[in-house]
Design a protein around this ligand. Structure first.
Ligand code: SF4
Length: 354
């Protein structure tokens, strides 16, 4: 059971039990968007101009119920998934989320439940989520500069609430607690060192993320990217670092430790050092579409068969079929030739989570 380290998870499944895609990559991670709404309007994800007051988000009935989510998760665990991550939009806007965590923690064979949140509501929920089986949390926090924070959250404040949320997560025993910071040149890159300094010497792991062309709304330009190599140099000039052992399979961050023992830092380089080669991440949108890549244009509708009485075998055939046909490697293609032409618009990040 996910919450029960005594019961060994899929890790103990023989290799052949993992469903693999055309490039031999197993499906090990399922990222579940439980909510398409958010209480921020980060320009690189949900720019206010598009996601304005009259924007039509999903109705509650259009979102998968906790029962439907748990069923899909259980089937995916049977196909080899061992890590479940709850995302959004902002997942803590989904009421009763702790109940879903409790359901997911009962799935036989899983190993890990994580949450990605903007942290604004975390202080209120951390203890209950932990109590129901959540293991760890990643907080999206791009800067500690109040003015830049307001700009990067689309005019919303609350930096202190996010910091309170991180403290509450640590106090609740969620571990590890990570901070993900998307770095955009000329916007927040000048505030990166103060963010790193703030969490050095604490259990919180900061990860600096290269700004990506997710979705279709953030007017991404390569010149706005600060390559991880440059960020690494900046951090190193201030604090000597040593790389930890290479990335573990499916992991996205290049990890380093501070030589003075003040903890760890990570760099996520989807643009300049893509990691599609061992990408094991599948995604479930809040309205039940199954995606095999963050930059995909199309997903497979699971909600209709779920609500039409499909059997587990029917659903497994859809999931296994999709994954085994998978050849996604968008970031590598982007890296090789610049912008990749997409027949259809890429799916928006608020819809399938990061
Ligand atoms: S671009 Fe797609 S295939 Fe590559 S790492 Fe990201 S999600 Fe995986």
């Amino acid at each position: 059971m996910l919450g029960n380290p005594e019961k060994p998870g899929p890790a103990s499944l023989p290799d052949r039990a993992f469903t693999r895609d055309r490039l031999g990559r197993p499906m090990r991670d399922l990222r579940i968007s439980v909510m398409d709404r958010c209480n921020f309007r980060c320009p690189y994800c949900m720019p206010r101009e598009t996601f304005h007051e009259r924007y039509r988000f999903l109705k509650a009935s259009q979102r998968l119920s906790f029962e439907e989510i748990t069923r899909v998760a259980r089937l995916c665990v049977g196909l080899g998934v061992r890590k479940l991550r709850l995302t959004g939009g902002e997942p803590l806007l989904r009421s009763g989320l702790a109940e879903l965590v409790a359901e997911l923690s009962m799935i036989e064979g899983g190993e890990d439940i994580a949450l990605t949140t903007n942290g604004i509501l975390l202080a209120q929920h951390a203890a209950e989520l932990k109590g129901n089986g959540l293991h760890r949390v990643t907080v999206s926090l791009d800067t500690l500069d109040e003015a830049v924070f307001e700009r990067m959250s689309g005019g919303y404040g609350g930096l202190h609430q996010v910091l309170e949320g991180i403290t509450a997560a640590l106090e609740a025993g969620l571990s590890p607690v990570k901070v993900n910071a998307v770095v955009k040149r000329g916007v927040n890159d000048h505030t990166v060192l103060s963010l790193v300094e703030r969490f050095r010497g604490t259990p919180v792991i900061v990860r600096l993320i290269e700004y990506m062309d997710v979705g279709t709304r953030n007017s991404w330009k390569p010149e706005d990217v600060v390559p991880s190599a440059e960020l690494l140099r900046r951090v190193r000039e201030r604090w000597p670092l040593t790389p930890t052992a290479g990335r573990t399979q499916g992991e996205v961050a290049e990890r380093y430790v501070f030589d003075d023992g003040a903890g760890e830092i990570g760099f996520i380089s989807s643009v300049t050092a893509p990691f599609c080669g061992d990408c094991s991440r599948a995604r479930l949108s809040s309205d039940g579409a199954f995606y095999t890549c963050l930059f995909a244009s199309q997903g497979t509708d699971l909600r209709s068969p779920l609500r039409a009485g499909a059997s587990d075998n029917d659903l497994l055939a859809l999931l296994r079929g999709d994954w085994s046909r998978r050849v996604d490697r968008y970031s590598e293609l982007r890296d090789a030739g610049g912008v990749v032409e997409h027949p259809l618009p890429k799916v928006e990040m608020n819809y399938i989570g990061g």
